[in-house]
Every structure is written in C-alpha cells, then in structure tokens.
Ligand binder design. Structure first.
Ligand SMILES: [Zn+2]
Ligand SMILES: [Zn+2]
Length: 315
C-alpha cells in the first residue's frame, strides 16, 4: 500500500513527475495491502506454469511435426493424459506447498526489506539484481541437488523428479514436496541477500520458472536466445542429467555450467557429447543406408552405450 492519497502527492514526494510505469504502479498498488501484493506471487506462478509450457505441449502432441527434429530424446513420446497428470500434480504442489509457504513467509519478506513503494527500480537495477539472484540460486541449487543424489535422499525425495528420464517442460517443478521446499531456500535466499522492489521479486520467480521450463523442455532449439547467455546450461545439458538418472554424477547445476566445471561434475556429459559428435560424423557418412526411424532408435541405444563410466556410481 502506498502512503499517498493521490498521484499529485506521490509526485510531490518524489520531487518529479512519475514515469508511465510508476503511474501504472501507483494506480495498481496504492490501495492494496502489501501482503496482497506478496501473495500475487503464487498467482503468477500458477498462471505462468499453465501458459508457458503450452508451446512444448503442442509440439510434444505432434502439432508441429517440423519441430520433432529438435527433440533431444526422439523416441520418448508423452501422451496428453500423462502431461495432464503431471500438470495436475504440479498445480497441487503449488497450492498445497508453495501457497502456504507464501502465506507464512510474508513477515520474512517484510523483514528482509522487499519494498512496494515508489520509486520503481530502473531497468538496469532490475537486470543487475536478477543476475545476482540467478548466480546465488544456481550455486545453492547445485549443492542441494548434489546432496539429493546421495543414496538416502535420492530414494526418499529426489527419485520423483527423476521419474521423467526424458523431461518435459511441465515436469520442471514435478518433485517431492520436500524437494520443492528445500530448493525454495536458495530461491528465497537470493532476494533476502540483495533485497529489492517487489516487482523485481515477482520477475525473479517468473524468469526462474521460465528457465526451468526451457531446461526441462526436452527440445534443443538452435535459435533459443538463451544460447547467447554465457555459461548457460540449457535443455540438452539438463536432459543428460535426467537421462542418466539416479546414477548421475553429472550436470547438477540448474542454470549455468561453471559449478559443474569447477567441481568436476561435467566429465560424463563431456565424454558423451564428444562420443556423440564422433558418431554423428560416422552416421553422416553412411546416412543414405539408414532410414530415419532406425536412426532414431540407434540414437537412443548409442546414448545409453556412451554414458561414461565416470558418470556411473558403482553399481
Ligand atoms: Zn537430479
Ligand atoms: Zn530436472
């Protein structure tokens, strides 16, 4: 809620005319209590998760056949009922786990200093803060994810997220309730360490979800703008982690690749990538002899065969 009766008062307090965005923010938020603005987050999350994975759902259902060639694990097809089951599961998690967390975390949000007031942050400030949020969250997520691959934690918690050995966008937050809570820690820690405006806070969660949906999409589109982000992992990178599953000791990072590089947990992935590149060259040579469906099957078999021994925990 803003402490001004009208726009004129707000402009006098700022000592200048409000920008278009600030006028919009004034009209929207002036009479809304801060806790209502805070609870918008869960609403955004649910609406965003309903809309953002839709293009991937339609591609997965075969609406755009020319996109099939970008599927990372082409042999795996998900039915509509399976996708809808996943969607219902994710929405239940949002309502029963994230929702209550939002309600009880309001005093913390106030305490750490997420502000709702004027002025709005500049675009540069929003950009820098969100970049820092991504770096903090990625580091925290990396270590928590590694711990989730210990025998006990995998069996009891993380196994559910790995039910999708070929992930789909809708399944990005498909996980045990405890995992959703645990991985929420670094996501909240970032704005707690570098508090900003609530608009930045909302945007942070939306962008983080957008990243998770793309990373789990199962499609490696060469035109994705995220390809231009330095050290960005992306769909192929995380797909490998799901493909190997429980045994995986590779690609724990959620957003960037440098943690896996620094801590040496990208060896299996790099080995497999090099092996696949060699096979692609060989395949190109005898391409005319092999029809496309058997190529697709062979691709799956080759991927399995070429998971590095470095990426297999002792079996
Ligand atoms: Zn994992
Ligand atoms: Zn995942």
């Amino acid at each position: 809620m803003l402490p001004y009766q009208n726009l004129r008062e707000a402009e006098e307090a700022q000592g200048r005319a409000l920008s278009f965005a600030e006028k919009f923010w004034f009209r929207y938020s002036a009479d809304k209590p801060d806790y209502i603005l805070h609870y918008h987050n869960i609403l955004f999350l649910m609406v965003f998760y309903t809309l953002a994975p839709l293009p991937y759902v339609l591609i997965g259902l075969g609406w755009f056949k020319n996109m099939d060639r970008y599927k990372i694990q082409p042999k795996v097809k998900d039915s509509f009922s399976n996708m809808f089951k996943c969607y219902k599961n994710v929405m239940s998690s949002f309502l029963l786990v994230v929702g209550p967390l939002q309600v009880i975390s309001y005093p913390t949000i106030k305490w750490i200093g997420i502000r709702t007031s004027l002025p709005l942050p500049s675009l540069w400030e929003v950009f820098l803060q969100i970049m820092v949020y991504f770096i903090i969250e990625d580091f925290g997520n990396y270590w928590i994810h590694r711990l989730l691959h210990s025998k006990w934690a995998y069996e009891k918690i993380h196994r559910i997220h790995h039910e999708y050995s070929a992930p789909i966008g809708l399944a990005a937050p498909y996980a045990h309730w405890a995992e959703i809570l645990i991985l929420g820690i670094p996501a909240f820690l970032a704005p707690a360490l570098v508090p900003g405006h609530i608009v930045t806070y909302w945007l942070w969660f939306v962008l983080r979800q957008m990243e998770a949906i793309e990373t789990h999409s199962g499609y490696n589109f060469p035109w994705s703008p995220t390809k231009y982000i330095p050290f960005y992992g992306g769909a192929e990178y995380h797909d490998y982690h799901h493909f190997v599953g429980e045994q995986s000791q590779s690609n724990f990072a959620s957003v960037f690749t440098y943690c896996d590089y620094i801590y040496g947990t990208d060896k299996g992935y790099n080995y497999q990538k090099q092996a696949l590149e060699k096979l692609a060259k060989l395949r190109h040579e005898d391409d005319v002899l092999v029809d496309s469906s058997s190529r697709s099957m062979r691709n799956q078999e080759e991927r399995k065969h070429h998971i590095s021994t470095e990426d297999r925990k002792s079996q």
